[in-house]
Design a protein. Structure first.
Length: 268
């Protein structure tokens, strides 16, 4: 499914807390001043730029630390391994395949998504360093806001497991909705090269995203990840992993061990 949004469609979903953090603004008056300036710039973007989303909802089942999609594609994942952790893996929130589970319910499906903005938001302001910084920060916020807007529509309409959901914007930002939306590169999904797997199943080029040799997305203002519906699904940090899991993950990814070691350097 492809979705395209005007700036005015997604601007209300911006979480300004992260915008203030990027500018290191702690004074409320400064925050209000910068937000006013940012909103004026957003208004000037209207009609010139758009944001975009692509997602697919797959029937799926868990098999160990993998999630297997209908059609056979696998998403290898990492499990918490440190003493004192709960030893969680995102595959725990997808139902395993069994003789008793022949029909697909919400918890045996998974959403896979990517969102981005028009590349001009990152290249059209090169002549003015301040405008370039401001537009880049807003582009980042718009990509995240697009993911928020898309996820809401998925829950209430396209997947439809939360059709009666009625949440305020503050409640959305505090993630009071059912399920989670873990993004690639974040603590639950630390391996950015997983973008290659995601690209294979949803074709991120449809919305203009290209991948570098390390799996980073271009435009930089892009988000990719998973959507899980399990009522008890929650975020966690994989943290440090041992050599045993590194080897197993490389095997499941069908990627050379040294390459995976590079991708997961921060977790070793």
């Amino acid at each position: 499914m492809l979705l395209h949004y005007d700036i005015s469609d997604v601007a209300p979903y911006i979480n300004w807390v992260y915008f203030y953090f990027a500018w290191q603004l702690k004074n409320q008056a400064e925050q209000q001043r910068m937000r006013h300036e940012a909103e004026q710039l957003l208004a000037s973007f209207q009609g010139k730029y758009r944001s975009h989303a692509v997602f697919t909802i797959f029937d799926a089942y868990s098999e160990g630390d993998d999630i297997v999609l209908s059609g056979g594609a696998r998403i290898p994942l990492l499990r918490q391994q440190q003493a004192g952790s709960e030893y969680l893996c995102l595959s725990d929130f997808i139902a395993p395949r069994s003789a008793e589970n022949q029909s697909f319910g919400y918890e045996s499906q998974i959403g896979i998504f990517a969102t981005t903005v028009d590349s001009g938001l990152e290249s059209d302001f090169d002549a003015d360093p301040y405008a370039k910084m401001m537009s880049q920060l807003l582009a980042d916020r718009l990509a995240e806001a697009t993911a928020e807007r898309m996820h809401e529509e998925v829950r209430k309409r396209y997947w439809g497991y939360a059709r009666s959901e009625q949440l305020s914007m503050n409640e959305l930002h505090q993630e009071h909705f059912q399920g989670i939306r873990p993004a690639v590169g974040y603590p639950s999904l630390p391996d950015t090269s997983l973008n290659f797997v995601i690209d294979q199943v949803i074709d991120m080029k449809q919305i203009g995203i290209r991948l570098t040799e390390n799996g980073a997305m271009r435009p930089h203002a892009s988000v990719s990840g998973l959507m899980l519906s399990h009522p008890k699904a929650r975020y966690f940090s994989v943290g440090k992993i041992g050599a045993d899991q590194l080897r197993d993950y490389a095997r499941r990814r069908s990627v050379p061990l040294e390459m995976v070691r590079k991708f997961l350097a921060a977790n070793l």
